[in-house]
Design a protein around this ligand. Structure first.
Ligand code: NDP
Ligand code: X15
Length: 355
């Protein structure tokens, strides 16, 4: 059993903690939190051992009536891997602390690529991360792009990818974010950080990205154009992508026209927090003109990196092959949206190691 701790119990941290706890080969030793707020209380209610990230604030936890198992150094002494889910930039400051406790560390995509030995998605970088001491799971948008571009590059070659990202303004609980009545180029310059970030996991892929922020909280939307090295039919592309376990091709018959219905579907299917771990691609948006592919996909920013964090832990600590890790993670979480509706899109079944 791999012993895992989570430092930073916010949007990503609480989901990673639940995902670790769901794995048959991992044990969650505890979570570290800075403030004794509602998220700290929910960790206790879930039965997770709670550690104070900041030893100066022990009294605040006591005052709030939240029982502590110790402080962050105690958690670090009891784990093989710490998953840092602190706000962007805090992870880099924590790096030396983890090293001094001789603990392997997984960082998140808000950190610069040089925070870790390797950047990671399971689809692109499992072997690169093998046995690494530190790994950075790339950001939600980058994860979504890498999952899409990797199979396209393998099957046809990607000559050039051009992606416009309409990013959600903030997460649902982030009341201090915006815009609230505008759509804002962010940044107004091209490329946005996503293109260079994709190249940390797919270095050979030529990609330009432009990004905007919109007054929504549920998901990011990508408008994708890829110039391919071949001219497949749209049906061939649909079948290729439908066979990827972390891509959900939304069948037209599902009647899902946007993030609202996607989230509703996830909640109705019993997904925790309505999480969509898969990229969600509109099947009918997949169009090919000559060698140019066009499509729309949505990415649930709070969720898609969660299975990747689990696979990163296995890459660092075991010799399990990538397919086995991905299957184990998917089964433990329930990745694989679509049920019967998606069957027509995968006549040859899901992708396997033999493909
Ligand atoms: N939210 C998203 O959509 C995505 C985020 N990411 C990346 O994941 C990382 C985490 O983001 P996110 O979950 O959104 O952040 P949140 O702000 O939701 O959560 C951060 C957590 O870290 C805690 N924290 C703050 N400072 C410290 C500290 N010094 N030591 C320990 N804990 C601390 C916070 O606690 P407290 O409240 O007490 O301050 C909070 O629990 C970032 O790198 C981000 O870029 C990646 C993909 C998507
Ligand atoms: O990793 C994310 O986005 P990104 O892929 O655009 O960097 C998360 O949605 C966090 O984005 P934020 O920096 O707007 O909070």
């Amino acid at each position: 059993m791999t012993r895992v701790g989570v430092n930073g119990y916010g949007t990503i941290g609480k989901r990673v903690a639940d995902a670790v706890a769901a794995q048959p080969d991992m044990v969650l030793r505890g979570v570290a939190k800075r403030s004794p707020n509602h998220e700290a209380d929910s960790a206790v209610q879930r039965g997770y051992a709670l550690y104070a990230a900041d030893s100066d604030r022990l009294g605040e936890f006591e005052h709030a009536g939240l029982p502590l198992a110790g402080t962050l150094p105690d958690l670090l002494d009891s784990v093989d891997v710490i998953v840092d889910c602190c706000p962007a930039g805090v992870g880099a400051r924590n790096r030396e602390r983890y090293a001094s406790h001789d603990v392997r560390a997984v960082f998140q995509g808000g950190e610069a690529a040089n925070v870790a030995d390797a950047s990671f998605t399971a689809r692109t970088s499992f072997e690169t991360a093998r046995d690494a001491d530190t790994v950075r799971v790339v950001s939600c948008n980058t994860t979504g792009l890498a999952r899409l571009l990797a199979p396209l590059d393998e099957a046809y070659g990607v000559e050039k990818a051009r992606v416009t990202l309409v990013r959600r303004g903030g997460d649902p609980a982030q009341t201090d974010r915006g815009p609230i009545n505008d759509i804002v180029p962010d940044p107004a310059t091209v490329p946005s950080h996503h293109g260079p970030d994709v190249r940390t996991v797919l270095p050979e892929v030529d990609i330009d990205t432009a990004a905007l922020k919109a007054p929504v909280t549920a998901m990011h939307t990508h408008s994708v154009n890829v110039s391919l090295g071949a001219a497949p039919t749209a049906d061939e592309v649909r079948e290729l992508l439908a066979r990827e376990s972390r891509l959900f091709l939304i069948p037209e018959v599902a009647g899902i026209d946007g993030a609202g219905k996607l989230k509703e579907y996830a909640l109705d299917c019993g997904r925790p927090r309505g999480d969509l771990w898969e990229n969600c691609l509109w099947a009918e948006s997949i169009s090919v003109s000559g060698t140019d592919l066009y499509l729309f996909q949505n990415v649930h920013q709070e969720a898609d990196v969660v299975p990747e964090n689990i696979d990163a832990i296995r890459a660092m600590t075991t010799d399990i092959p990538v397919d086995e890790s991905v299957t184990r993670t998917n089964e433990a979480l329930g990745v694989g949206l679509g049920g019967r509706l998606g069957e027509e899109l995968t006549p040859n079944g899901p992708v396997t190691a033999d493909d």
